[in-house]
Structures are given as C-alpha cells and as structure tokens.
Design a protein around this ligand. Structure first.
Ligand code: ADP
Ligand code: MG
Length: 756
C-alpha cells in the first residue's frame, strides 16, 4: 500500500465573494479525484484545498478552476503532511511564492485599461439613455433612438455585458443556472424585441450591482491584508558579528531580536533584557501600553512605544498569536452559521423559480417585456451575502478589541446561550493564589510541610503549585528531589520524596489512598475553607502530616460582568470547580452566583455540560483554556479567558478573550445576538425585496430598466446593515456602570482600520 500524503494549498480566486461563484468553484474542485477538502473563504477571495498528491496536483487544480471560469493563483502552499501542520513548520516554505507580489505584468496593465474603457463606455451610454428617458417622460425630449444609434447601444450591450455573458457561459458548461444566466436571458430577450436601450441599461445596472458587491467585501479583505503586513516586516537580529537586519520570515527559534522605540515587534518571544512600554492593541485590544521586562512574553505586531528590548524568538509569521488571529478572522466564514444553510438552500431553488415565474408571466400575460422585467429583477446575491458579510464584520470588529470569535457558528451559538457555566480557579478568580496558612500535624513542623509540598509542586504547572513554590522561596526553603511524580488533574500531586510516599491535594485524593483526616484536623481545615481558602492536604506514608491554605481573589470586574450577563436574560449561572463545597460557596457568594457544583473532576465537568445540554440548555462554558479544554470543546460555546500566548485555548475554544477581562463575556453574548439579528434582518429583507420586485415586474407595474436598477438596493442595504456591526454596541440600552479594571479599547491600531 502506498502511503498517501495530504497536502494543503491556498489559492486566490478573484470574484469569489459572490456566493454563486463560490458554489461553482467548490463543486468544480470537489469533483476532482484526490481533493479531500475544499474551504471557501469568500470575503478574502481564497480557497483552502486539501488534496492527495498522488492523485492530483496544483497544476491540475489551477486548470480546473480556469476551465470553470475562475482563474486562480496560489497564495501559499504548505508542503508535507497536513497532520503535522500544527508543529511549527520552518518558515522557509512560506516564502517566495510566485505571483503574490512583484511587478504587475504588462498583460495585466492592458487588461486594466480595457476594463476602464469598457466601463466608461457603458456608463456613458447608460447616462445618455437615462437623461433621455427622464427628459422624455418630462416631455422635454423626444425619440431616444435619435441620440443613441442602435449599433452603439448594441455595442454597449455586448461590451458591458461581456463578463455577465461569460459567467453565464461557464455556468452552462458546468450545468448550473446562475444569476448571470438569468440576466443574460433577460438582456438578450430585450435585444430580440429590438429594445437595445433597455438591454444596455439592464447590462449597466447589473454591472453596477456586481461592482457594489465587490466593494462591500473588498473593505474587510484589504483590512486583513494591512495586518498581515505587520508580520512581513524586517527584524534586527543579534548575530556573532553584531546586529543585522533580516526579513522576519527568515528568523528561527532562538534568534535574539532587538527592538528600538517606535518599532513593531517582529516575533513572539520572551524578553531577555531591556525594558519597554509596549502597545499590544493589535493582539489584546487594550490601547494602554504594557510594561515589558525580563521574562515577559511579547507579541509580534505590538509596538515598542518607549524603551529597548531584546527578545528571544519563539514563534514567527503565521505561528505567532497575531498570525493566528489573522487566520481566525480570515476563516471566520468557513465556520458556517446554521442560518446560512437556509440562505444557501434559498439560493439553490431561487433561480429556477424565477425562470418559472418569468415563463408563467409570458404564458399568462403574453407580455415579453414583463417576463424580461421578472428575469432582471432577480437578485439572490444579497441573500447569500447576508451571512458572510455580517460574520466577517463582527469577527473583525471583535478581533480588534481582543475578543476573538471563531466564525459564524460560534456567533450564532452565542446568540442562543441561556446557561453560563463558570470555572473557578483562574477564571472567576485571578488564578494567582497566595499561601496564607500552614497547618502542621503530628511531629512535622511548618517548614517541613512547605518543603515536602514544594518538592512535589516543583513539577506541576497548576496555579496552586506556583503559590506553594512562591511561599517556599519567600521563606528561603530549599526542597529535595521528588521521584515518580504524577499530577492528577482536579485532585493534586503525588511522588516519592526521600523514600516516602507523599501526596498533596484534595480530600478525595487522600481518600483514594485510604487516608482520612481526624476529627480535630477536619475541624481546623473546615474553618479555613469557610473563609474561601483552598486547603491542600499533605499526606506522608498514609498519614496526614499537614495542610496548606491558599487564598485566591475574585477578579475585580467579575461580579459586574455576571450582573450584565443576568440582565441579558441569562438567569442560570453555575460555578463549577474541583475545589470543595465550602470554598466554592464562599467565592460564589462574592460573585453573586447561587448555583454551585463543587468537587468536580475534569471528566465530571464535561459530564455536567453534557447533562445540561440534554436538558436543552444552550451552554456557554467560561474557562481558562489550559486545563479546561475538554469542557470548552463540549459546550455549545467555549469561552477561554486570558488566551493570549496560549495556542491551546485558541484551538479548543470558540471564543477567546485575549486579555483577562470578564466584561468581554457579556460583550461576546451581545455581539452574537446583534450579529444573529442582523443576519436574519438581511436575509429577510433580501427575500422580501426580491418577492416584491419580481411580483411588481410580473404584474407589469415596473419595467425591465427599473427592475434592473432596483437590483443594487438589497446589496447596499445588506452591506450597510452588516457594517453597523463594525462598531461596538456600547451605546444605548445596554450601557451600565462599567466594571473596574476594564479599560475601554480604543480603535487606533485596529485590525479593520489599518490599511483600509
Ligand atoms: P478548578 O476546577 O477550580 O479550576 P482544578 O480542577 O484545577 O480546580 O483543581 C481542583 C482541586 O484539585 C484544587 O482545588 C486542589 O485542591 C486540587 N489540585 C489540583 N491540582 C493541584 C496541585 N498541583 N497541587 C495541589 N492540589 C491540586
Ligand atoms: Mg481551572
């Protein structure tokens, strides 16, 4: 058996924003043997293809697109198996693609001139015709044919309609009824009855509609291109012989880059030396600069406003956090919202229906003009564009505020959420607990307790581990080596220290090993827990020898944010934690949460989410994304807090909050609802408008020219309505007292504004 390797390739296909074109491209590609997956990113005019290299290759795929009437060119190809695409592929393969930039070829220039002349000509003819029609109806002018001779009008039809006829031809060739075909039939029918002026005007208005469509989608595309430039910068790298300027794409992990004031950071990495105020608005949405010094993580795309930094390169290009954000925004519409399926189905039956209505009109009224009007009134594109335009606007606007939403699917799910499940440690609390009390039982003393605990936690990455280690280092306690260490998620840690079996964690963990607290010990521990402190029990060789209490603080803005969530009508808020009941209840009270589920192991958390879903709850789970990944995935919407820098969170979550700000939780829900409402308005309006105009045309109330002219109305309306989503909904009814510690994001280095 030959081992088949899947490759991915990304192609740019101009004009792909049009829903029909994307459907045509998709079906053409899917018919090619060896093509495994086709993802259409209409707004970015890109196709992502996965194919088996044994069966097909880029040449064939490009050829197929050419034949389908959609010539394409490659953006970037990532060679090698897709399975390993997550592991940082060295940057080499992403450089030097043909066709991406470079000088405009001469033929393209010629094409451009031809385009301009063509459009100018048809526009001129249309203008004269319109002036005349207006003049005639006011009784000022007479005889349209006198000003525009028939051959000129005919030329305008042919020249102006060329792209439409061409698209119709390609549609027919792949046995598809597309809008272009319906328009062509309309225009040609007008020619057949000898009304060249009407035919020219139809062609003109259809072109205007197409142009408006490309405009509306072009805006967000250009915006993303602007951000991509952030990653295509040069970097000053420290090499043996001193500093050298190289392309950021050529850096490798471990390279030390130097960043001066006013420069944009070229890579993600750790600060080795220096100190600077860095504006990381493109990543987190917060415009207030953040101080960076030794040991801090810094992100590509952020700007060094003041100071000097030396950064150890960890990720470059598309693997950086900003690279992932860009990718997420670009791919937003590939995660289709369920409402879009409705729009897609509509588009599929709409055109045959229009043809039928036109035929029926002709049959019943014997008016060819009315039938033509019906044909050219049809405009399903607005319905198709309703969802992608809204989704891209929302996702883009969210991204520039540090609120990342994975596409239409997540937005629609957010809109429907009615239950919020909240994880405690690191989510509701700051996740930076401090050791407050140390209990030592039996002969052990407090130093020993801390020593053994630190020895185990040395290997753990849990926030509680950090607290223990910090407490040990504050007291200058050195600790021995632990062997056979194991971390038991949601329970604690165990290992062998100096020949003793040592365990640190919950009651449950100790009980699993047959170790129980005595009544007086239980009393002491319970007292600490009632204060909301997490108590870690320490057992050595089957005896409880001590305990450490750690206090974590509620995030300042959490309560206000939860109040907002409640005011959005989400009444059921559940606190979920692996910690015990007493601690959970104490924290829940502070946050104003009444429903608490304590002692939950990671698998219990998933089970609870699942159970809620069976009770028909639409569950949003808010977690920290690192150890809550399974629950984040299970929930209808997984919201990861403080996700910047953790690639995991972006993968598991549907919504990632790039900074630790609870206020973004209600904001995300509002965003989902607004988007969903906008999509439904757009689809509703698009359909209603089509029905109205087609109805009027069939009944002879409006003629072909008016019908064609009305085509642009829904396109513009849908685009304007979607554009409202670019602005955050902070005004009006939902404005309440904003929580502390939630700086308002300013727009100035924003994803969608830059470069647009
Ligand atoms: P949460 O559900 O609040 O996020 P976890 O599921 O991470 O908490 O952990 C639940 C409980 O398990 C903690 O309250 C603690 O008692 C115990 N635990 C987990 N990890 C550790 C560890 N590394 N050291 C000690 N105790 C731990
Ligand atoms: Mg947790």
């Amino acid at each position: 058996m030959t081992t088949e390797t899947a490759h991915t390739i990304e192609l740019t296909v101009p004009g792909l924003y049009c829903v029909e074109c994307s459907q045509c491209v998709e079906s053409a590609l899917k018919r090619v043997p060896g093509v495994e997956q086709v993802r259409i990113l209409g707004t970015s005019e890109k196709v992502q293809l996965t194919y088996l290299s044994e069966k097909t290759g880029p040449e064939e795929l490009l050829h197929v697109l050419e034949r389908a009437g959609h010539p394409a060119k490659p953006v970037r190809a990532s060679h090698g198996p897709v399975a390993s695409s997550g592991a940082a592929a060295p940057g080499k393969e992403t450089t030097g693609e043909p066709g991406a930039d470079g000088p405009v070829p001469f033929s393209a220039l010629r094409e451009l001139h031809f385009e301009t002349l063509r459009l100018a000509f048809i526009a001129l003819v249309a203008l004269i015709a319109l002036v005349e029609i207006a003049g005639e109806s006011l009784g000022l002018l007479r005889g349209v044919e006198e000003l525009i001779p028939a051959p000129v009008a005919m030329a305008a039809v042919l020249l102006g309609g060329y792209p439409i006829f061409r698209a119709a031809y390609f549609g027919l060739r792949s046995r598809q009824i597309n809008t272009a075909l319906v328009m062509s039939v309309g225009a040609l029918a007008a020619v057949v009855i000898g009304d060249f002026i009407a035919a020219a005007l139809i062609v003109f208005f259809v072109s205007v509609g197409n142009y408006l469509e490309s405009l509306t989608t072009g805006r967000s595309r250009r915006a993303i291109e602007g951000i991509v430039e952030f990653l295509r910068t040069t970097a000053r790298v420290k090499r043996a012989g001193g500093e050298k300027t190289v392309d950021a794409e050529q850096l490798v992990e471990g390279d030390i880059v130097v960043v001066r004031p006013g420069e944009r950071l070229p890579v993600d990495g750790t600060v080795l030396s220096g100190h600077a105020s860095v504006n990381q608005a493109p990543i987190t949405g917060e415009s207030i600069p953040v101080e960076k010094e030794h040991g801090d993580t810094a992100y590509a795309g952020s700007i060094n406003e003041l100071g000097y930094l030396e950064i150890r390169t960890e990720r470059i290009g598309e693997n950086t956090t900003l690279g992932q954000i860009i990718q997420l925004v670009e791919e937003a519409e590939a995660h289709k919202a369920p409402v879009q399926r409705f729009a897609d189905r509509f588009s599929a039956i709409f055109l045959p229906l229009v043809l039928a209505i036109a035929g029926l009109t002709l049959l019943l009224s014997h008016h060819l003009v009315a039938a033509i009007a019906v044909l050219v009134a049809a405009c399903p594109c607005a319905v198709g564009l309703a969802t992608p335009l809204s989704v891209v606007a929302s996702v883009g606007a969210g991204a520039r505020r540090g609120l990342l939403v994975k596409g239409g699917l997540a937005l629609e799910a957010l809109a429907k959420v009615n239950t919020l499940v909240v994880d405690k440690t690191g989510t509701l609390t700051n996740g930076r607990p401090q050791v407050t009390d140390i209990l030592a039982f039996a002969e052990t003393d407090a130093i020993d307790v801390l020593r053994l605990a630190a020895a185990l936690e040395h290997y753990s990455e849990h926030p509680l581990a950090t607290a223990v280690l910090q407490a040990a280092s504050q007291r200058d306690i050195s600790f021995p080596e632990a062997r056979d260490f194991s971390a038991l998620p949601g329970r604690g840690v165990t290992g062998e220290i100096e020949g003793n079996l040592v365990t640190l964690g919950t009651r449950r963990l100790l009980a699993e090993q047959g170790v129980w607290l005595t009544a007086p010990q239980e009393e002491q521990v319970a007292a600490l827990e009632s204060d909301g402190k997490t108590v870690l029990l320490l057992a050595c060789n089957q005896t409880v020898v001590g305990a450490l209490a750690a206090a974590d603080t509620l995030r300042t803005e959490a309560k206000a944010a939860l109040d907002q969530v409640r005011s959005l009508g989400i009444q059921r808020i559940i606190l979920l934690t692996g910690d015990n009941d007493r601690v959970a209840t104490a924290i829940a009270r502070l946050a104003g949460i009444t429903e608490v589920r304590a002692n939950q192991l990671p698998e219990d958390k998933i089970a609870l989410v699942r159970q809620l879903q069976q009770e028909r709850c639409r569950v949003a789970f808010v977690g920290d994304g690192v150890n809550d990944a399974p629950a984040l995935t299970q929930a209808d919407v997984g919201i990861a807090m403080g996700a910047s820098g953790t690639g995991v969170a972006l993968e598991a979550a549907d919504v990632a909050l790039m900074r630790d700000d609870w206020m973004q939780v209600p904001e995300a829900i509002r965003m989902g609802r607004r988007t969903y409402t906008t999509i439904r308005q757009n689809i509703g309006f698009g359909i209603a408008f089509n029905v109205l105009v087609i109805g009027l045309a069939a009944l002879g109330f409006i003629g072909p020219v008016i019908a064609a002219a009305s085509q642009s109305v829904p396109d513009v309306a849908v685009a304007l309505n979607a554009a409202r989503l670019l602005r955050p909904a902070t005004s009006g009814r939902s404005t309440r007292a904003r929580g502390a510690g939630a700086p308002d994001a300013q727009d100035h280095t924003s994803i969608l504004d830059t470069g647009a």
